[in-house]
Write a protein that binds this ligand. Sequence first.
Ligand code: UD1
Length: 420
Amino acid sequence: MDKLIIQGGARIRGEIRISGSKNSGLPILAATLLASEPMNICNLPHLNDITTMLALLRCMGVGITINEKMCVEVDPTTLTDYEAPYELVKTMRASILVLGPTLAKFGKADVSFPGGCAIGSRPVDIHLRGLEAMGAEIEVDGGYIRARAPNGLKGARFAMDKVSVGATENLLMAAALADGVTILENAAREPEVVDLAECLVAMGAKISGIGSGTIRIEGVKELHGCTYTVMPDRIEIGTYLVAAAATGGSIKLRGTRADILTSVIQKLEEAGAEVEVCENTISLDMKGKRPKAVSLRTAPYPAFPTDMQAQFTAMNAIAEGTGAVTESIFENRLIQVHELNRMGANITLEGNTALITGVEKLKGAPVMASDLRASASLVIAAMVAEGETVVDRIYHIDRGYECIEEKLQQLGVDIRRVPG
Ligand code: UD1
């Protein structure tokens, strides 16, 4: 297993380009299954999760080619198989996103049941109940979700009892080809849901209320192909901004959007950062200062994103003062705290809240990545620590950060990858 070796004491300085969003690239690739013609998807990040989704589509018979502009051409007209096998689903839970579109388009889908993961049990009951409300018959058999709708899906009114990004996406895709109108209540408002909805509209779907808690979808008979450019990755943007703030540095990010990061930018300003937003760039300058600790609570968009919680925990670990970080989305998402404490942080856990009292310096140590965003927090901690940190199990980080060591090297960090 590859490892990252990081020498502490860096002060981030420089400019990098932000990649396309993993979390909107994944549902958008799944949405190509709905089209009756080939689609071109541009600005996809080069990440393991995206490769897994392409492998999944390919094993269903979908034609995949990469054109000269590095856009991925997806031809769903050659689909032969309706199954998402365990071997692929077990490596990426987001494989569940092929369930809605496959069922809506072909009347049947067999998708391996995704298991839990390090951050919690992560059920898919809302996805299934929503599809059942649209007339699907669903059985769980031999570890597979077997969904059938031989006469097509029917529009329905469905209220989600918890805001779920994945369930909103699955149901949005399914409803696009259903017969009649679907109203999704208590829908997720995350920018990635908006990006998917805009792609569906570009394919000919009729959707209103995009970005609100109530989405109305009028099913159409067919969706056509289109070229769609995936939005920038807001979590990658946020992670590099926090890295710059934690190291007292300054950074300019190109290919960004600030409107999807309001809560994160607000917290960085509270920590003492000067943030300047232009049309496609965000710059942050910490002017060499130590950050001030901030308190936050994760919640569905537009509140503070759970995917940025671990990075702020790492920043608080070396900040001035005490911050309380509460995780309200996932049950076990403060796991990075134990590794941060091994590096000399002063963090205590009280239920789903981490109380973090900043220390002047962390100490480099061998640490283990446990999930994607937790591993980003360890890399940030390593940059502000004294001495060397070895981050093991970095396959987690490769699922979500394109060329992380190249980008950090460009920003002046002494980081290298060693094959395990
Ligand atoms: C997506 C993101 C992930 C992010 C999360 C929350 C992708 C590929 N991943 O994950 O990075 O951290 O949103 O912003 O886009 N739940 C249920 N039943 C369900 C579905 C969800 O109880 O059927 C619960 C989950 O266990 C969790 C909460 O709802 O506690 C939110 O999960 P959800 O929004 O569905 O997360 P994902 O779509 O899996």
